[in-house]
Design a protein around this ligand. Structure first.
Ligand SMILES: [Zn+2]
Length: 447
């Protein structure tokens, strides 16, 4: 069997500025990589896939999601972040503590297959469900089964002090699963950060991450706790570096935002969550003004949908609303509106950069891994296609996701997920959901 696949005659959005985009071109996949992009490619012996009713583009990249919460979808849509009846109270302090390794496994499977179905090829799994050493094995098993490219970001539990062996578990996980480079799975650390744990604990977690060459991701500027200036303390201690992704940043002060930019940090915004749950105003303009382009992330399926179309539309609509309101009240020096092209980059190449994978994925550049999606243009929600970029950002939804390839391997074709028994996963999802709800005493919302 040939290891070449030719995606023929699609609208091709490479999102690589040197190569440009094409109204009609081909993409050649060879093994795990993109071999060539351009019109009328010759590829002897290749399997040819007709892409003439497709937009072909890099897969979406979700740069932060608490994937273990997959079995808790939409369970807290009327709950804010903070307070008595809140995300922190219900999800992190009531439901998370009763999770067994098998519940984390099923939660991850649910989230991961939902992500693939929605055209996401890379995800950073913010896995702060690590109550035992076995929880890590369970989550990594799900990540491996899914076939996605992922950063497994090992997270300390938030509902209790870390186990006395926790640091040794992390070293052990690093050794067992992440000793070789170039895998689909890479290693990260999910740190609660200095707003939620003592400074010395946050510092020692970051030092451990750096000892293990793990990418650091941290929640900062989150609601009330974010206003305490704790990131500034970390910055003054010289702990901020370019190996760190800062999540939300909604209530950070200006010094802290500038420290992130000056130290080469990356940022992920989860604007639907930030707006609906009370994290604070999405700092999109504050970062754009400082020359930093953010990535986007779904964060928690307990509250928001699992697709990047929602993410892109939410950020661009918010940024436009804020600046046009300024214009309408007569302010001068109003910033430029974001374009649809900006949003497509935030949802792809900026996600790759935030995940430390910009040389690997995020654009259709020959030599990069073949993480590719094909979006149907013959659906009644989208034809005629007049502006392919506008069509993806404002016109399409997950029903347009026809095919998904990760490292050249098809995970979804003709609108169907491949190599997965969804009935099995659905059955396990209800069993696990029933267990954690009953065990924790949480009451599902009334209807
Ligand atoms: Zn989060």
């Amino acid at each position: 069997m040939s290891d070449k696949t030719l995606l023929k005659n699609g609208i091709v959005l490479t999102l690589d500025k040197k190569i440009g985009n094409f109204h009609q071109a081909d993409v050649l996949i060879e093994g795990t990589k993109i071999a060539a992009v351009g019109p009328n490619l010759k590829a002897e012996g290749a399997e040819v896939i007709d892409a003439s009713n497709m937009i072909v583009m890099p897969g979406f990249i979700d740069s932060h999601r608490h994937v273990w919460e997959g079995i808790l979808r939409n369970i807290a849509t009327d709950c804010p972040l903070e307070g008595d009846a809140s995300y922190l109270a219900f999800i992190l302090n009531t439901l998370a503590p009763v999770y067994r390794p098998e519940d984390a496994y099923v939660g991850d499977l649910v989230g991961l297959y939902g992500a693939i179905d929605a055209g996401i090829t890379t995800i950073l799994d913010w896995s702060h469900i690590q109550a035992t050493r076995e929880h890590a094995d369970a989550v990594i098993k799900a990540l491996q089964e899914s076939g996605m490219r992922a950063v497994f970001a090992y997270g300390y539990p938030w509902w209790k002090y870390p186990d006395e062996n926790q640091d040794n578990w992390i070293r052990d996980v690093a050794k067992q699963y992440f000793s070789s480079k170039g895998q689909l799975l890479t290693f990260g650390l999910a740190s609660p950060g200095p707003e939620f744990i003592p400074f010395e604990s946050a510092k020692s977690q970051w030092e451990l991450a750096r000892e293990l060459d793990a990418h650091i991701t941290v929640h900062v500027g989150v609601g009330t706790a974010g206003k305490l200036g704790k990131l500034e303390e970390m910055g003054k201690a010289g702990l901020l570096k370019d190996d760190t992704t800062y999540i939300h940043c909604t209530t950070l002060n200006d010094n802290e935002l500038q420290m992130i930019v000056d130290t080469g940090g990356t940022v992920t915004l989860s604007s639907p969550v930030e707006m609906m749950m009370g994290h604070g105003m999405v700092p999109i303009q504050k970062f754009l003004d400082r020359g930093l382009r953010p990535s986007l992330s779904i964060d928690v399926e307990t509250n928001v949908p699992n697709d990047m179309f929602t993410q892109m539309r939410s950020v661009i609509a918010l940024q436009h609303a804020l600046l046009f309101e300024k214009k309408l009240v007569g302010k001068s020096n109003v910033p430029a509106p974001l374009t649809t092209r900006d949003l497509l980059e935030f949802a792809t190449i900026e996600g790759a950069r935030a995940n430390g994978l910009e040389d690997v994925t995020g654009s259709l550049t020959p030599g990069k891994e073949a993480d590719i999606i094909m979006l149907r243009t013959d659906k009644p929600n989208i034809f005629p296609v007049n502006d392919p970029i506008g069509a993806v950002v404002w016109g399409m939804d997950t029903s347009n996701v026809d095919s998904v390839f990760v490292a050249g391997k098809a995970l979804k074709r003709n609108g169907q997920l491949l190599n997965v028994d969804l009935n099995r996963i659905q059955k396990m999802a209800y069993e696990s959901r029933d267990y954690v709800v009953a065990k924790s005493g949480f009451k599902l919302p009334e209807i």
